[in-house]
Design a protein around this ligand. Structure first.
Ligand SMILES: [Zn+2]
Length: 414
């Protein structure tokens, strides 16, 4: 990688997943052409050229299901490991005393980890909190969104616990939230809570993103969500849908038919649900994962996210779309191409964003990663990356390894 300016008009040296070496031209934040290598007009200003020899050029990834207000709190909380309900108890105890500044600090660091790895759009759920100041999480993520708006598009979804009144939910929309959601399956009366949230979304004409059926064996609310939103034109998504992966084939196919008919997007969150579900199964531990293959085969709008990162709901996570894609391959049995689509084009689609990537006419949100082809990129997830958002270079990472015991004093692995 040579030096280059912030706004390249020509990317050269990179190759695409099909193996072709290309020149990519960019103007005004949009990819204007993708041409055989060496055939694009070379700008006279050298700083307008971005050389990416050895890099695979992909769409930037998008994170359709994050919790920026929770991310990175594991070390402060030191919760016991456990399932979803245990995580909720640990989190809410901590959250009661959490300050707005604490949330800003952790969320900012988390967003930068995402951007560094190639994510240029994030949808974050943000808890409405108990106590006197329920909107401090929303304000904090709003602050981070404003601060980092040149690097990444952040969308905020108010995550509404069942004990938070409707007036606070509507105030959160005035405070900067773009939409609302809840985990109705956890409410004392799941269908009553689902109907309350649906009514608020309808009245305020906002995005609806529900945490849906995040269990292996409890209530199924997905069918009602699909049915009730079928006539809606607003953006509706259902995250998790773990239960959909454990019902009978007949019930699953009926639910997926309803999902496809309603047009709602389903967002799988493999890393978090592999951690949160299955604790009670000592043997043949099931995968906490939605019906990934059946959804893709049925043509459902499908995406995948990381969900929680290093908080009581998941102590692990690299904040990398390639990590989520890897899990879709090994735990969800998708192909590398299907898996990468779920964390890039599919994710942008369920978030209501225009397509991006090395295609003429697409947004110049791009991820260049040092790899020979897509499976290699997902498997190795090299740290060596260049990330563009709206045609602007927003992150670069270069790694260097040495093997002092080898005859050659220094071996660069890339
Ligand atoms: Zn979530």
């Amino acid at each position: 990688m040579t030096n280059s300016g912030e706004f390249p008009s020509l990317i050269r040296g990179a190759h695409l997943p099909d193996g072709s070496a290309v020149d990519v031209t960019i103007s005004g934040g949009t990819v204007t052409s993708v041409l055989p290598s060496g055939t694009a007009r070379v700008p006279s200003d050298a700083s307008a050229i971005l050389d990416l020899d050895g890099h695979l050029l992909l769409s930037a990834t998008a994170e359709p299901h994050a919790h920026l207000d929770k991310a990175g709190s594991w070390d402060a909380i030191r919760p016991p490991m456990g399932d979803l309900r245990a995580a909720i108890v640990s989190w809410r105890d901590y959250a009661d005393a959490m300050t707005e500044q604490d949330i800003v600090t952790r969320a900012r660091a988390q967003v930068l980890r995402n951007v560094r790895n190639g994510t240029t759009a994030i949808r974050s759920h943000v808890d409405l909190l108990r106590g006197d100041d329920p909107l401090r999480g929303i304000r904090a993520i709003n602050t981070v969104r404003d601060e980092l708006h040149d690097l990444v598009d952040i969308e905020i979804i108010s995550l509404v616990p069942a004990d938070i009144p409707t007036s606070v939910v509507e105030a959160s929309l005035d405070a900067g939230a773009d939409g609302i959601g809840a985990a109705a399956h956890l409410a004392p009366e799941p269908f009553v809570e689902l109907d309350r949230i649906l009514a608020i979304a309808e009245r305020n004409d906002c995005v609806l993103d529900m945490h849906t059926d995040e269990s292996l064996d409890e209530v199924v609310t997905l069918g009602r969500l699909a049915e009730r939103t079928r006539a809606w034109s607003r953006n509706v998504t259902a995250g998790h849908c773990v239960r959909l992966g454990t019902v009978s084939v007949e019930e699953r196919d009926g639910l997926i038919e309803a999902v496809v008919a309603s047009g709602i997007g389903v967002i799988a969150n493999p890393i978090t649900n592999l951690y949160l579900q299955g604790w009670e199964h000592e043997v043949a531990t099931p995968r906490g994962l939605t019906a990934v293959r059946a959804l893709v085969d049925a043509g459902a709008r499908f995406a995948a996210g990381a969900d929680n990162v290093r908080d009581p709901f998941n102590p692990m996570g690299r904040s990398d779309g390639l990590e989520t894609a890897m899990l879709l391959v090994v735990a969800g049995h998708l192909t590398a191409e299907e898996a990468f689509h779920a964390v890039s084009g599919g994710a942008r689609e369920v978030m209501g964003l225009a397509s991006s990537g090395p295609t003429a006419g697409a947004a110049a949100d791009l991820l260049a990663v040092r790899a020979s082809h897509l499976t290699h990129a997902i498997a190795e997830a090299s740290a060596d990356r260049v990330v563009l958002h709206g045609g602007r270079v927003v992150a670069r990472t270069q790694s260097h390894s040495e093997f002092p015991t080898l005859d050659t004093a220094s071996v660069r692995t890339r």
